[in-house]
Design a protein around this ligand. Structure first.
Ligand code: UGA
Length: 470
């Protein structure tokens, strides 16, 4: 069998960029990305400057391959039926109800896609798990496929988790550290693995493509994210200690990271990690560990998430302490809503949790982000209010305290405190002298990313708070 047609179910942050790069590197393969969300498909087929996902370099690739061998469509059945290989790149959020609520991954979209694939397929298919999934999900997918299929065809389920990080997705896809493919040890399992292997060899050196059994592949992805997040929580826990003792977190982080066994990456203290992956995947790991009765293991990993919430909360409390008892008459400007720079994604961003803490303490908010739109900012807050059981009336009052701006200088006008939450490069180049003059007392600047020049800001007259510095 030769792969000539690929379908990808899910046109999000993983499906879009990954398929764009495969299309670019494999011009002989026709790829169709499908999604049940018509608006998303319309946007992928629309203006290159307004694609649903922002990633540096992505629009150039889409410009080259769209309509050539990469297509975006909402005709899900047709694309499934025609393809030999189907990537599942749908989202797997944390469950909000039922068994495993708050921890386990919600596999509704995965199950729905599996049923649809089974229903419309008339020939053998290789199904690839691209979404991050709990260990042993492939087994469940295989069961759904086999019990819903109409003819006597074979489904081979393999795991190929994504290691790309948002904001650097295209670069990560071009120069992956490793590509992981997990498959069954059976003959047809190994054949499926080698077909996918062949696709990646078009641009990834063979020695970087690792093949394992399906379960190792699924678990390796969760563990990779948990290990990365654990490093940030470790250094963030130390940042609080630095503020009390006079040690400086940047120095501690530098010294620690110079031990080559530890290394310097993911030791940058911040207001807290965000994104759609770390929290979700760790909670998943916690859930699986508890399921197997490994409560100490579960507690250990859960503490990584707890330190992350603690980091955002304690910074929120510092702000509240300064403004009390004048909170309702005060304004804080949040600079940066995305969970990190160079992305328009705000899922699980620390800004949302900081904003929540400030708003529920009666503080007025101004928000500016170079890429995240007002509608998303309001939606993020509304979702969190609902999760915290606020009723519609309360939500309306809380949202009336939020103003979103398209211009940073407008956003800081008459503000009492600025809080930098995302490490956007442009913040460094602002006219901070001008900003100082248009703010209102006490003119504090909280740098939740240790991005700006403290000495310079102090010299202007700002009162400053930098993470892990006293
Ligand atoms: C993460 C992993 O890095 C990817 O390898 C993985 O494939 C991806 O999840 C996924 O599961 O799909 P991503 O969530 O895009 O990627 O972002 P990261 O660059 O890992 O950053 C996560 C958060 O940690 C951000 O809020 C970032 O600002 C923060 N961070 C990162 C720190 O606070 N300090 C650091 O030193 C590094």
């Amino acid at each position: 069998m030769k792969v000539s047609k690929i379908c990808c179910v899910g046109a999000g942050f993983v499906g879009g960029p990954t398929m764009a790069v495969i299309a670019l590197k494999c011009p002989e393969i026709e790829i169709t990305v499908v999604d049940i969300n018509n608006e998303k498909i319309k946007a992928w087929n629309g203006d290159l400057n307004d694609l649903p996902v922002y990633e540096p370099g992505l629009s150039d690739i889409i410009d080259k391959v769209r309509g050539v061998n990469l297509f975006f469509s909402n005709d899900v059945d047709k694309a499934i039926e025609e393809s030999e290989m189907i990537f599942m790149a749908v989202n797997t959020p944390t469950k909000t109800s039922g068994e495993g609520k708050g921890y386990a991954a919600d596999l509704t979209y995965i199950e729905r896609s599996a049923k649809q694939i089974a229903k419309v397929s008339k020939s053998d298919k290789i199904i690839i798990e691209k979404s991050t999934l709990p260990v042993r999900t492939a087994e469940k997918i295989k069961q759904i496929l086999d019990s819903n299929k109409s003819s006597n065809i074979n489904f081979e389920v393999i795991s190929n988790p994504e290691f790309l990080a948002e904001g650097t997705a295209i670069d990560d896809l071009f120069k992956s550290d490793r590509v992981l493919i997990g498959g069954d040890q059976t003959e047809s399992g190994q054949r499926a693995v080698s077909l996918l292997f062949e696709i990646y060899t078009k641009w990834i050196p063979k020695e970087k493509i690792i093949t394992t059994n399906v379960w190792s592949s699924e678990l390796s992805k969760l563990v990779s994210n948990a290990m990365l997040a654990q490093r940030i929580s470790s250094i963030n826990s130390i940042s609080a200690l630095c503020e009390k003792t006079g040690a400086d977190i940047e120095e501690v982080s530098k010294v620690t990271g110079m031990d080559s066994r530890i290394g310097k990456k993911f030791l940058k203290s911040s207001i807290g990690f965000g994104g759609s992956c770390f929290k979700k995947d760790i909670l998943n790991l916690v859930y699986i560990s508890r399921y197997y009765g490994l409560h100490e293991v579960a507690d250990y990993w859960e503490s990584v998430v707890k330190i992350n919430s603690f980091q955002t909360e304690r910074i929120g409390d510092e702000i509240i302490n300064i403004l009390e008892p004048q909170c309702s008459k005060s304004t804080v400007t949040i600079l940066g809503w995305a969970f990190k720079k160079d992305t328009n994604d705000s899922r699980e961003s620390a800004s949302i949790y900081l904003a929540y803490r400030l708003l529920t303490n009666n503080i007025n908010l101004h928000v500016y982000d170079p890429l995240v739109k007002e509608s998303l900012i309001k939606k993020d807050l509304t979702d969190l209010f609902k999760n915290n059981k606020k009723d519609n009336h309360e939500i309306k009052i809380l949202l009336s305290k939020v103003k979103v701006y398209n211009n940073p200088y407008d956003s800081v006008l008459n503000s009492n405190i600025i809080s930098v939450c995302t490490e956007w490069e442009e913040f460094i180049h602002y006219d901070w002298k001008k900003i100082y003059t248009i703010m209102k007392a006490p003119k504090w600047l909280f740098d939740g990313r240790n991005l700006l020049n403290k000495v310079y800001l102090d010299s202007i007259g700002f009162k400053t708070f930098f993470i892990g510095k006293s």
